[in-house]
Ligand binder design. Sequence first.
Ligand code: DX5
Ligand code: ZN
Length: 223
Amino acid sequence: MVTEKKIKIAPSMLSADFSRMGEEVSKIVAAGADLIHLDVMDGHFTPNLTMGPQLIKSIRHYTNLPFDVHLMITHPQDYIDVFVDAGAEFITFHIEIDFPIQKVIDQIKSRGIRAGIALRPSTPISSVEPYLADLDLVLPMSVDPGFSGQSFMMSTLEKLDRLQQLIRERNTDIEIEVDGGITLDTARLVGSRGATILVAGTAIFGSDNVKEAINGLREAASA
Ligand code: DX5
Ligand code: ZN
C-alpha cells in the first residue's frame, strides 16, 4: 500500500565543519532535521575521500535520529557490518558497482536495517527495477557523486517521474531520496515528483539560519 509520506530533510554532514562534527550534529538536530546524511567516499568510486565508520561511530551519541549512510565506494560488500556497527539505520550503495546487487541488499537487510540503492545521474532508472521489491529507498543522484556545492541536474526530474510510476505500479512503499544541488527551487521540483527524503549540504550549512533553511526546504517540497 502506498501511503502519503511526510517530507524528511537529511542534512549532509559533508558540508559541516569536520573539526566540530558532534556540535554540528547537535545544531541540525535542534533545527529540526529528520535524518543525518553521511557521505562515505573512497577516492576510487568517487574522486574524493571523506569519512569512515570511526567518525560515524564517534558522532552516534549526539542524537537518536537515524543515520542515513550513503556509500559511494567500490566495494560496499566489505563494509556493511562495520557501518551497521557504527550506527547506520539506512545504508545506500551504488548500483554501478561490480558485485551482485542482490547480495549486498541481503547483507544489509540481514542486519535488520533499511537498504537503499543510489544511481549516478547517467544510470537509467530501469536498472533498479529488479530490486524494487526488496528496497526501502531509491536515490537517483542529481549531481555526479563526489562533492557538495554542485548544481542540480534537471535530467533528474524525468527519472523521478519514471521511478514514481514504477513504485506506483508495484503498489509498494519505498522512499525516494534526492541528493545534490537541493535548494528552495529544486526542492519544489523534486517534492512534486514524489521525493520524500531531501538531502542538502550547502543549502543548510551555508545558511545563517539553519532552522529556517530546514523548514523552508520541507515546506517547498511539500507545496
Ligand atoms: C555528493 C553527496 C551529497 C552532497 C550534497 O556526492 O552525496 O550528499 O554533499 O551537497 P549539496 O547539497 O551541497 O549539493
Ligand atoms: Zn549523499
